[in-house]
Design a protein around this ligand. Structure first.
Ligand code: IMP
Ligand code: MG
Length: 183
């Protein structure tokens, strides 16, 4: 499918709002980590790759960057609840200040399991930054220090997020259900 044939997907959060919020988050994180020296950013693949690229380039503190891959959805839009990690962190994070960079927090299963795994490596600190947060996450007992946007319980795509593997390269966050689109 070439770009012209792609259906136009309704916008939930446009490019400019994303850019502005990423800048605000980067500033907040840079201030918080200034005293700590270096921060290890751990991007959760695949959805967080664009957010991590944009956020990391706006930070003014030194970073190391690594990735984990998490998958719980397969081809569908309903979480299987069974989170798998086909790729693990390579860096030694013991004694390091670690910040997980996620695309979206929904049921919280991915973060719950990931936090538990990373804690075993004894980082000096462990926090989470997520671009998006859905309402289900409020029922979960996980603290996320940095949140880009709270969104309704709808399937979103673009800016790294997918629908069955597609649409990750859309420059904005789009929504499948047009009823939630930006006016
Ligand atoms: P959780 O484990 O239910 O919190 O789900 C988190 C993961 O599911 C995210 O990192 C995303 O990869 C994926 N996910 C959840 N909601 C959406 C969505 O609306 N669009 C695309 N991916 C989503
Ligand atoms: Mg994700």
């Amino acid at each position: 499918m070439n770009k012209q044939e792609q259906p136009s997907i309704p916008v939930l959060i446009d490019e400019q709002r994303i850019r502005q919020r990423v800048e605000e988050l980067a500033l907040e994180i840079s201030v918080d980590y200034e005293e700590r020296g270096e921060v290890v950013l751990i991007g959760v693949l695949r959805g967080a790759f664009i957010f991590l690229a944009d956020l990391s380039r706006r930070l003014t503190v030194p970073t190391q960057i690594d990735f984990v891959a998490a998958s719980s959805y397969g081809e569908g839009t309903v979480s299987s609840g069974d989170v798998k990690f086909p790729l693990n962190v390579r860096l030694d994070i013991k004694g390091k200040h670690v910040l997980i960079v996620e695309d979206i927090a929904d049921t919280g299963e991915t973060l719950k399991i990931l936090l538990k795994r990373l804690r075993k490596s004894e980082p000096a600190s462990l926090n989470v930054c997520t671009l998006l947060r859905k309402p289900k996450f409020f029922d979960v007992d996980i603290s996320v220090k940095y949140v880009g946007f709270d969104i309704p319980d709808v399937w979103v795509l673009g800016y790294g997020l997918d629908l069955a593997g597609r649409f990750r390269s859309l420059p904005y966050v789009g929504v499948v259900d047009a009823a939630f689109a930006q006016e």
